[in-house]
Write a new protein. Structure first.
Ligand SMILES: O=C(O)CCC(=O)C(=O)O
Ligand SMILES: [Fe+2]
Length: 188
């Protein structure tokens, strides 16, 4: 409870900074619903006797707006750089890793890009991490998202169509962790 309250506070501050980074009013991203929902996911990766045969978590992008990740001191998280190189994210239990998610990429019209990442399996374990996903709240709402109008111009046309939260979540769940990007079907 206390942890999610603190995470939400950090998240709200980050969205203010990200809004300013886009040249918008600091409340813009919160106003369109980026901080309406929070989901916490606890991961437990047992020690693996043959780590070369498997993965902790396969390659994916996060589907919400922003992820704040707390990892312990074992490491294993990697991000994909320039679509080619897997780069270790050094573990620091006193810091949060911030991942841009697909929905933030969509509303920012690719100004912010979601990052592909994965977790290696390890003989040392268990590894524990907590991922906090800032999302748009209940899929039962009628909310929909599209590139923010203020960011668009003749030179910067919308790269995505309007998508309802329900349609987006359905697609993400049906697709599973297949390594493809969740934004692909919504491109224009
Ligand atoms: O366990 C980790 O470090 C990453 C977990 C993750 O990528 C996720 O929950 O989306
Ligand atoms: Fe992730």
């Amino acid at each position: 409870m206390e942890y999610s309250e603190q995470i939400l506070k950090v998240g709200k501050t980050l969205f203010e900074l990200l809004s300013e980074g886009l040249g918008l009013n600091p409340n813009h991203l919160a106003d369109i619903g980026c901080t309406d929902g929070l989901a916490l996911l606890g991961h437990y990766y047992p020690a693996c006797p043959q780590p070369e045969l498997t993965m902790g978590t396969t390659k994916h992008t996060d589907n919400a707006f922003l992820t704040l990740l707390l990892q312990d001191n074992l490491g294993g998280l990697q991000v994909l750089y320039e679509d080619k190189y897997w780069v270790d994210v050094p573990p620091n239990p006193e810091s949060l890793v911030v991942n841009v998610g697909d929905l933030l990429q969509l509303v920012s019209n690719d100004k912010f890009k979601s990052v592909e990442h994965r977790v290696l399996a390890s003989e040392v374990g268990p590894r524990i991490s907590i991922a906090s996903f800032l999302n748009a709240g209940s899929v039962l709402s009628s909310k929909s998202f599209e590139p923010i109008k203020e960011l668009l111009s003749e030179e910067n046309k919308p790269k995505y169509r309007n998508v309802t939260l329900k349609e987006y979540q359905r697609y993400v769940i049906d697709k599973g962790l297949d390594g493809t990007r969740a934004l692909l079907p919504f491109k224009v």
